[in-house]
Ligand binder design. Structure first.
Ligand code: PLP
Length: 402
């Protein structure tokens, strides 16, 4: 019999959506995959050169479990420039992607019985990792169209057992980018109630339309002693499979991660560490600028196509590379006894009948949402979104006739 904790884990809904799309493609269908949480471009040449140089130099040994010191130093400098807050090497741990940093954070600060506030819709790994640490996720719903959390609702959710709050801006799946007053209000609450803040900023380089990403430690510097700021190179450098991330936190959390990682995975892949170090030292920023330009154009093209939707308001898509559609108006206009009653039904229909992969909002704790990635190649994005618009616009007619 498996341990009880395994029953808490729902599995990754985003991975399941990706697998469903891959399975359909494997069966010979031409699937346009708008489900993937990654940008479909080649990684920067400086990352590849750094990896090849490390391999050719015979690099093969363990590193410190929290990473190579020069890499931690370089990240501390980069983050200091980005946040306007000074970080030192002993504030930084290198992790196998953001996921490991988030799990380190949960295991380091949560005890069984603790409660953790999570803003929903949310990336499903957050509640699963809280449960793995023996604590309880407590959800606060953020509503469309802004999907920004209501601070008084968060205050009302705090109990004597609340130990932490997880925030994720820019947000997966909603694309919301929290403004300074929101971040400051979360910070005030955390200070007043003595909470840890786990701030997932993995999409920090993906903000559009003149919106600015601000870290919570920049908006409210006094929270820094209670903040674990998690980030990764996965999305920013299009290297999701390389598994390289980091977090910045008080040294006691970094020491806890050192123990946790030495007992579980040891260090993040040494070749990936050297590759990123080379990129941070030798990269000229052109890859990052090119990626941003490409996504800005894809976003505008996508929004233009989505403006053709009849019963769905196009999303603001301020940040990340996701369009998050609120389908509530459309769903409520469909026959109550018909086959399409949720965004999950719609995601299934899109895959089965129009060969487009998407992620239903249920994955993120929201029955009304649908996530579509604009990190897909441009031509596929355009035809995929056109098919989505056509299918959604015809639903009222086809379902009434069914
Ligand atoms: N945090 C968020 C909000 C994500 O959406 C993802 C991946 O989709 C991650 C973290 C995981 O990042 P990594 O691949 O670096 O573990």
């Amino acid at each position: 019999m498996l341990a009880q904790r395994m029953s808490y884990l729902s599995g990754s809904g985003t991975a399941a959506a990706r697998e469903a799309a891959a399975e359909a493609a494997g069966a010979g269908r031409h699937i346009i995959d708008l489900a993937a949480g990654e940008v479909m471009i080649e990684p920067p040449s400086s990352v590849r050169e750094g990896a090849i140089a490390a391999i050719n130099a015979g690099t093969s040994r363990y590193t410190d479990s929290i990473g190579l010191k020069p890499l931690r130093e370089t990240i501390a400098e980069k983050l200091s420039a980005q946040t306007g807050i000074g970080w030192k090497t002993d504030n930084i741990a290198i992790t196998a992607g953001a996921k490991q940093g988030l799990l380190d954070a949960a295991l380091a600060v949560l005890d069984p019985g603790d409660e953790v506030i999570i803003i929903r819709p949310c990336w499903p790994t957050f509640p699963s990792q809280v449960l793995l640490a023996g604590a309880t996720p407590v959800f606060v719903d953020a509503r469309p169209p802004t999907y920004t959390p209501d601070i008084s609702t968060i205050w009302a959710t705090v109990t004597p057992r609340t130990k932490a709050i997880i925030i994720n801006s820019p947000n997966n799946p909603t694309g919301a980018v929290y403004d300074r007053p929101t971040l400051q209000a979360v910070g005030d609450l955390a200070i007043s109630k003595q909470l840890w803040i786990i701030s997932d900023e993995c999409y920090s380089s993906f903000v559009f339309t003149g919106v600015r990403h601000e870290s919570i430690v920049t908006a409210h510097p006094s929270v820094r002693s209670r903040t674990i700021l998690v980030n990764a190179f996965s999305k920013e450098l299009a290297i999701t499979g390389w598994r390289l991330g980091y977090f910045a936190a008080p040294p006691e959390i970094v020491s806890a991660a050192k123990k946790l990682q030495s007992l579980t995975t040891s260090n993040a892949n040494v070749i990936a560490q050297h590759a990123i170090l080379h990129h941070l030292q030798a990269g000229d920023g052109s890859f990052e600028r090119g990626m941003h330009e490409r996504l800005s154009e894809a976003r505008l093209t996508g929004l233009r196509i989505l403006s053709g939707l009849h019963d769905v308001t196009p999303p603001p898509a301020d940040g990340t590379f996701f369009f998050y559609l609120d389908l509530s108006r459309l769903i409520s206009a469909l026959p109550a006894d018909g086959p399409i009653r949720s965004s999950e039904d719609i995601a299934r229909l899109l895959l089965d009948e129009t060969d487009v992969g998407s992620v239903a909002g249920g994955t993120f704790g929201d029955v009304n949402g649908l996530r579509l990635s604009f990190g897909a190649p441009r031509n596929l994005l355009e035809s995929g979104l056109k098919r989505v618009v056509k299918t959604l616009n015809s639903l009222k007619t086809t379902q009434a006739a069914a």
